[in-house]
Design a protein around this ligand. Sequence first.
Ligand code: C2E
Ligand code: CA
Ligand code: CA
Ligand code: CA
Length: 279
Amino acid sequence: AKGSGRGTYSYFAPSMTADARAQLQLIHELGQALGRREFVLHYQPKFEAGSGVLAGAEALLRWNHPERGLLAPADFIDLAERTGLILQIGEWVLDEACRQLRAWREQGRPPLAVAVNLSALQFSHPELVATVGRALRAHDVPPEQLILEITESTAMQDVEASHAVLEALSALGVRLSIDDFGTGYSSLLYLKRLPANELKIDRGFVSELARGSEDAAIVSAIVALGDALELTVVGEGVETRAQLEVLSELGCDALQGYLLGRPVPVEEFRFDGSAECRP
Ligand code: C2E
Ligand code: CA
Ligand code: CA
Ligand code: CA
């Protein structure tokens, strides 16, 4: 790029690839999205494996982009993380989930636990505990109704720091879930010390799950670990009746997946537990 400087007015733009320009545009739009109220949460139900009773919901972020329609996190979360915008967006997600919990309570709905995903940057941010506390108080939400999900790899990035943050969150009374479990390399000793309440088995072990397979052995091991440490074990990404049966047989406590209920806008979320297919 560093040519002689002739024609400086057209110096950067032509040398930028279309991709780079599209990305700058997206960063710009992402920065405006909060103020324009373009984000929305969809909710996916989670069911008890044995009874099929509705056990909670996971809040999943969507961006209602003015031109490109409804975008999933895969389209923008990375960018939000790299630009730091995820901090403000994540704060909005926490507040919105708590606002919804209060709205449901005011509508007379039975208390439901809602899970919110935290990004690595949010998790390592010194204000996280204060932010979570503020959201709970702002909407008068009982802390045990909020579940915070962090991925195993995020939790393992800095073991000592994670431990301190999880202890502080736990002291607030919120519940903690280790997401995408099984892909990292948590030592058992470390896991034992974590004040977590739930393990979510990574979808990768569920997608081709069959009786007697290697994936089944891994799921069994995670269930045994969960039992030993008194953690709820959730199987996610359940798309078929066969996966549901194997996960139940292997002793998963709760199940989530398209088979049981897709993430939906709040107006379509059903409390009657009538998933298209009950566990
Ligand atoms: P995740 O936390 O592992 O969430 C599960 C993802 O799997 C969601 O994708 C969900 O829609 C999808 N899913 C659920 N059931 C099935 C199924 O049966 N089959 C398949 N193939 N997929 C299923 P989604 O909503 O696109 O979110 C992707 C990821 O983006 C999430 O993975 C999470 O890591 C991240 N994410 C979502 N919302 C937020 C948020 O508010 N903040 C942050 N930091 N990350 C978020
Ligand atoms: Ca999650
Ligand atoms: Ca997951
Ligand atoms: Ca168990």
